[in-house]
Design a protein around this ligand. Structure first.
Ligand SMILES: Cc1cc2ncn([C@H]3O[C@H](COP(=O)(O)O)[C@@H](O)[C@H]3O)c2cc1C
Ligand SMILES: O=C(O)c1cccnc1
Length: 376
């Protein structure tokens, strides 16, 4: 069996007994039931993932930034030159990017993985040299990747998840760097959700109306080129689940090498039953690929934040994920995932540390008072 098949086979549903135990435990804690809202659901899910209650605290945490370039950059979809990808990789390694500041704040390690940066990068501490190709091909002219390149990048992501977890990480966070990757993300999201390009294509790093209109047409042209445009007679409605071979075809046709690696990273984390906090639209697009290949990966996924990119809201809606933080961020790198990390950790810490009504001698609700007379 290949590493990808092995990993997919290891992705399993949540453990129902641990889910039940966590729900029951939450109900006994010294707080009104349900008062921690979404965080209770996060804690229950992580218990189901670990197969025990309480689950391990999701720390230490590690963010992996997958970096790659995009052939579609030639179509004028972003104002930034392609060299910025490599320059930002150098910035990450020097500790000067926003992701470094946020990682430092929450004590997460930062690993940068070159899966497809166009420029040659010299060896550096913190950089994993795993270049599959010097960027993808232009998806408007042909498939962005060969099937072999997509699989190699996916395997790299699986290996990075395995190695970080092997080094002790108990929570993995997704990061990305790749100028023009919001264009590839929009194409992936349209292909998986069945939504039209104009609904899922955003302004990325910041573009004017004219460039945005052009970007939408570039996404439409790429989808049409690969038979992925949702039309009434194409059978692509977004409601029918995408099969595994089709998911791999879509990924190779319009995805990026970092999307492929991120899909592998998400699959790898889920197979190891380690939670993975997803960053924004690039991670979301990769999660669509991973979920089509192994739907149970979603049990391991926490949507860190809601990106300002319209395609991201469509993605989390499609996947049924609820973003924890909503701050109109549109940066990537792993920044939104890092901001959400303390929330995920706090959610689990509650199961470890909060007293029960019994243990603390706190009275429960008065059973003599009817619901009608109690203001909850
Ligand atoms: C200086 C700089 C730092 C970044 N850090 C993340 N991104 C983000 O922006 C890029 C995607 O946007 P688009 O598709 O519009 O090119 C990705 O590299 C993403 O990680 C950055 C972009 C820039 C310019
Ligand atoms: O949502 C993201 O991750 C994002 C948005 C814009 C540019 N880069 C990344």
């Amino acid at each position: 069996m290949s590493l990808i098949e092995e990993t997919i086979a290891a992705v399993r549903p949540l453990d129902e007994a641990a889910v039940r135990e966590a729900r029951e435990h939450q109900a006994r804690l010294t707080k009104p039931p349900g008062s921690l809202g979404v965080l209770e659901e996060v804690s229950v899910r992580l218990a189901g993932l670990a197969g025990r209650c309480p689950p391990p605290l999701p720390e230490p945490a590690a963010v992996a930034i997958f970096a790659a370039d995009h052939g579609v950059h030639a179509q004028g979809v972003t104002p930034w030159p392609q060299e910025v990808t490599a320059q930002m990789v150098a910035n990450f390694l020097a500790g000067g990017a926003v992701v470094n500041a946020f990682a430092g704040q929450v004590g997460a390690t930062v690993t940068v993985v070159d899966v497809g940066v166009a420029a040659e990068l010299g060896p550096a501490p913190g950089l994993l040299a795993r270049k599959v190709a010097p960027g993808t091909a232009d998806m408007t002219e042909g498939p962005a990747m060969t099937p072999g390149q997509a699989r190699q990048a996916m395997e790299t992501g699986i290996e990075v998840a395995r190695d970080l977890a092997g080094d002790g990480a108990r929570c993995l966070l997704t990061g990305d760097m790749g100028i023009a990757n919001t264009t590839a993300s929009a194409a992936l999201i349209a292909a998986f959700t069945g939504l039209p390009p104009e609904r899922v294509t955003g302004r990325g790093t910041g573009i004017d109306d004219r460039t945005h209109a052009h970007k939408v047409e570039v996404v439409r042209a790429a989808l049409a080129r690969h038979g992925l445009l949702p039309t009434p007679d194409s059978g692509r409605s977004g409601t029918a689940p995408v099969t595994r071979p089709e998911a791999e075809r879509i990924l190779a046709a319009v995805g990026g090498l970092e999307h492929a690696a991120l899909a592998g990273f998400i699959l790898g984390a889920a197979a190891l039953r380690v939670p993975v906090v997803l960053d924004g639209v690039i991670a979301g697009a990769a999660a669509l690929v991973a979920a089509a290949m192994a739907p149970d990966v979603l049990g391991a996924c926490v949507a860190g934040h809601r990106s300002a990119e319209p395609g991201h809201s469509a993605t989390v809606g499609h996947l049924g994920l609820r973003p924890l933080v909503d701050l109109e961020l549109r940066l990537g790198e792993g920044t939104g995932a890092l901001l959400a990390l303390p929330l995920v950790q706090g959610a689990v810490r509650v199961l470890h540390e909060v007293a029960t009504f019994d243990s603390a001698g706190v009275s429960g609700k008065d059973p003599g008072r009817s619901h009608d007379t109690i203001t909850e």
